[in-house]
Design a protein around this ligand. Structure first.
Ligand SMILES: Cc1cc2nc3c(=O)[nH]c(=O)nc-3n(C[C@H](O)[C@H](O)[C@H](O)COP(=O)(O)OP(=O)(O)OC[C@H]3O[C@@H](n4cnc5c(N)ncnc54)[C@H](O)[C@@H]3O)c2cc1C
Length: 275
């Protein structure tokens, strides 16, 4: 049970959403609501005064190609991307998250802006060098304004948003989506489980780009990994990437050594597939 009264606010525009955030101290943006409701039920320390429902906004529900850039709304359910032919690596990645029924609730923005550390949907977007569009409430009497930013500049372990900033959508160049790609995901108990390791790999000419989740308690795409992948036999590239990654996390689900061994096999097979 959620122990406090919560005001539900439905808005018709992004500007209205950020103004509602300003008018209701402690308000949160509501997307699929799975993380918000679970956290509020479990912890009285999770402040919840008002929920601003952003699922009905056109900017957050968009899924289209605009002049060679694909636009993906932040409130799209992950299930909308499951079989979407526009970005096969993204489809393969979101299909790994939970099951189809749960993916009807989980949203792209919630997956990336939420607190759970996996944030798998961000991996293909980091590889495609996606941009984000958001809106921020102005300070004092300043009007709300929209911002466009490079995802890689804002994503360091997690997405950095300003207070009250509402994520509207992501955009990425269409030609990135046709690069050769590989996706690998391993869990401990079966397909519907958090990943021990998820990796996404794309080949750009002779160069590779890699993004990983599960190895550390945050998703990672780093230039050092791409450099480590750039030359040598498959086994020496894998060694170089493992060294650049540092010691994997160790928890009750898998030791650091186990994750490293798993990662070695997964990256080796992905590299062979794309070589
Ligand atoms: C059963 C289950 C299995 C899962 N398995 C996986 C998995 O295998 N891999 C994985 O990566 N994740 C997994 N998740 C995590 C899930 O993707 C996240 O918890 C995600 O936050 C849920 O999305 P939501 O739309 O319900 O978020 P919400 O609960 O609506 O929001 C989460 C947070 O993000 C903020 N937020 C949402 N949208 C926006 C926006 N547009 N702008 C600014 N802030 C926003 C909210 O204010 C809130 O703080 C799983 C979750 C569940 C419930």
């Amino acid at each position: 049970m959620i122990a406090t009264d919560v005001t539900y606010i439905r808005v018709d525009s992004p500007e209205e959403a950020v103004l509602a955030w300003k008018a209701h101290p402690g308000a949160r943006y509501l997307a699929g609501g799975t993380e918000i409701t679970t956290t509020a039920r479990r912890s009285a320390a999770y402040p919840l005064t008002a929920l601003i429902d952003v699922k009905g906004l056109v900017d957050t529900q968009i899924l289209e190609n605009q002049a060679g850039r694909l636009i993906l709304g932040a409130a799209l359910p992950l299930s909308a991307l499951d079989d979407w032919p526009g970005f096969p690596l993204l489809s393969a990645t979101v299909k790994g998250v939970a099951d189809h029924t749960v993916r009807n609730r989980l949203t792209l923005g919630g997956n990336i802006a939420g607190m759970l550390p996996y944030r798998e949907a961000v991996l293909p977007l980091l590889l495609a060098d996606a941009a984000g569009l958001s809106i921020v409430p102005g300070v004092g009497s300043v009007a709300p304004s929209r911002k466009v930013w490079r995802l890689r500049d804002r994503f360091d372990k997690r997405l950095t948003l300003e207070p009250g900033e509402l994520l509207l959508n992501f955009s990425l160049p269409e030609d990135c989506t046709s690069l050769p790609w590989a996706h690998r995901r391993k869990t401990r108990i079966g397909p519907v489980d958090y990943p021990l390791v998820t990796l996404c790999l794309v080949r750009h000419g002779q160069a590779f780009r890699l993004a990983v989740s599960g190895v550390h308690p945050y998703p990672l795409r780093a230039d050092e990994l791409d450099v480590a992948l750039s030359a040598g036999a498959v086994s020496s590239r894998v060694d170089a990437v493992l060294e650049a990654l540092g010691t994997p996390r160790s928890d009750q689900r898998a030791s650091a050594d186990y994750r490293a061994a798993l990662f070695r096999l997964m990256l080796g097979s992905a590299l062979e597939e794309l070589s």
